[in-house]
Design a protein around this ligand. Structure first.
Ligand code: BJW
Length: 240
């Protein structure tokens, strides 16, 4: 285990050129958005098979949409936290996130790759067209002007992340001198495999045990809101 000060010392030893930040639900936990697999996580109360698969949507689109409308309201009312804000100060960094909450962009991060989509985008199930719809829908399930059902533009279990998104992420991680892996349990494929493409220094920030404990160079067992601001200060000094 590494202290925040030890992680900062390691960063100060780097010839730092590029930074990639890879995040999961834990980075938004301090904004009040539930994670999936923690003690109070979504998958402790809800079954993924009923709500986050194409089969579940085909079976009962209204039920799936009720769940997403509840989460859309929670996320609309949430604010970026100290970790999102600090990450946004890394203007040239690529942020690769599994989160669909859009909080990195709201905090001001300029280069964000959303692996699992965005909860405020919808997709027409007939035409495949996407659009942004932030407000609550008057009726569930919502429909496109063509009459077909709309679905959340997110990646459910059994669905593919677009190849171009994966390739862009792998390319950035292969070339980075520093990778911060923040708040993800690291068990959802293929997102979890991206970290293995890093040749630079990799630092995990997560208070709990994950598979990245053995694959990252350093592990800071702290909450993101505590560890990320001083780590970002050190990165910015090193990039000058
Ligand atoms: C903090 C903190 C603080 C807390 N600070 N840290 C067996 C059965 C079925 C499927 C599979 C299977 N084996 C493998 C699969 C494939 C499957 C998969 O990986 N399943 C695993 C669960 C086993 N993957 C897929 O299906 C993917 N697609 C695919 O493989 O396609 C292949 C294909 C090929 C050919 C044709 C078709 C397809 C797609 C996966 C999509 C995942 N979707 C979700 C939902 C997105 C939409 C939505 O949100 O509604 O994505 S599931 C959920 O998990 C969500 C997340 O992005 C993802 C990852 O979760 P994350 O972010 O890691 O959160 P948690 O809760 O797991 O962890 C939080 C962490 O934060 C914890 O470690 C805490 O300690 C930490 N923490 N507070 C710092 N303050």
């Amino acid at each position: 285990m590494t202290s925040i000060d030890e992680a900062i010392a390691a960063i100060r030893n780097l010839a730092l050129e590029r930074v990639v930040v890879y995040t999961g639900a834990g980075v938004s936990a301090e904004s009040g958005i539930p994670t999936f697999r923690d003690a109070d996580g979504l998958w402790r109360t809800f079954r993924a098979e009923d709500l986050a698969t194409p089969e579940a949507f085909a079976r009962d689109p209204a039920l799936v949409w009720e769940w997403y409308e509840w989460r859309r309201k929670l996320i609309r009312e949430a604010k970026p936290n100290a970790a999102h804000d600090a990450i946004a100060r890394l203007h040239d960094a690529l942020v690769i996130t599994q989160n669909i909450d859009g909080l990195h962009a709201r905090a001001g991060s300029e280069h964000v790759t959303e692996l699992h989509g965005n909860i405020f985008r919808v997709c027409c199930t007939r035409e495949g067209t996407t659009s942004t719809r932030r407000d609550a829908f008057p009726e569930l399930p919502p429909r496109c002007s063509c009459g077909a059902l709309l679905r959340p533009d997110v990646v459910w279990f059994g669905e593919r992340i677009p190849m171009e998104t994966i390739e862009r992420s792998v390319h950035a991680i292969e070339r980075t001198s520093l990778l911060l892996v923040i708040g993800t349990s690291g068990i959802v494929y293929p997102a979890s495999s991206l970290v293995h493409f890093c040749h630079g220094l990799s630092i995990e920030i997560n208070p709990d045990m994950t598979p990245f404990r053995s694959s990252c160079d350093l592990v800071v067992a702290e909450k993101a809101g505590t560890a990320i601001p001083p780590i970002v200060d050190a990165i910015l000094e090193q990039l000058r």
